[in-house]
Design a protein around this ligand. Structure first.
Ligand SMILES: [Cu+2]
Length: 160
């Protein structure tokens, strides 16, 4: 009986340690995450952006390479470039690199995570669960609030 009790204690301790591990490790510090409001249309796949400040706490480069979300058919990392005098967004080749000790800010009009092929509206007050895929560290699942667009946003209307 005593032996069994000890075994249960060991098992409980193991569970609580593994539950805490990802937080204690923290290769990354992710703050100010949010997802842009988007109305959903049955006729056209909606898109929206996800934004945050991400700091690389390691001594090696980490890349944001993509992601996934239940509410989106596809998640990509995007950059905004000037093409023929107009701002245009496109997939960022090789992902978004974060140098050791540096912070990358994902923001409207700049680097961002793009949720494409939305399966439902993304409304103010909602929370969106998003798994961000990294190279150089483990993938991270975040839950971010939805906010309405800010001045200076690029347009997220599909091109076709
Ligand atoms: Cu985009």
């Amino acid at each position: 009986m005593k032996k069994l009790f000890a075994a249960v204690l060991v098992a409980l301790t193991a569970i609580s340690i593994s539950a805490c591990a990802p937080v204690e490790k923290s290769d990354l510090t992710i703050v100010d995450g949010w997802v842009r409001f988007s109305e959903y249309s049955d006729h056209v796949d909606g898109m929206t952006g996800a934004f945050a400040s991400i700091t690389n706490n390691t001594d090696h480069e980490i890349n944001i390479v993509g992601g996934s979300s239940e509410i989106a058919g596809m998640v990509e990392v995007h950059e905004v470039v000037m093409a023929d005098g107009a701002m245009k967004m496109q997939a960022k080749e090789g992902g978004i690199a974060i140098a050791p000790g540096k912070t990358v800010t994902l923001e409207p009009g700049g680097l961002h995570i793009m949720l494409m092929g939305l399966k439902k509206a993304v409304l103010e007050g909602d929370e969106v669960s998003l798994t961000i895929d990294f190279e150089g560290t483990e993938d991270v699942t975040v839950t971010w609030p939805v906010k309405t667009s800010l001045a200076g946003d690029e347009t997220y209307a599909p091109k076709n």
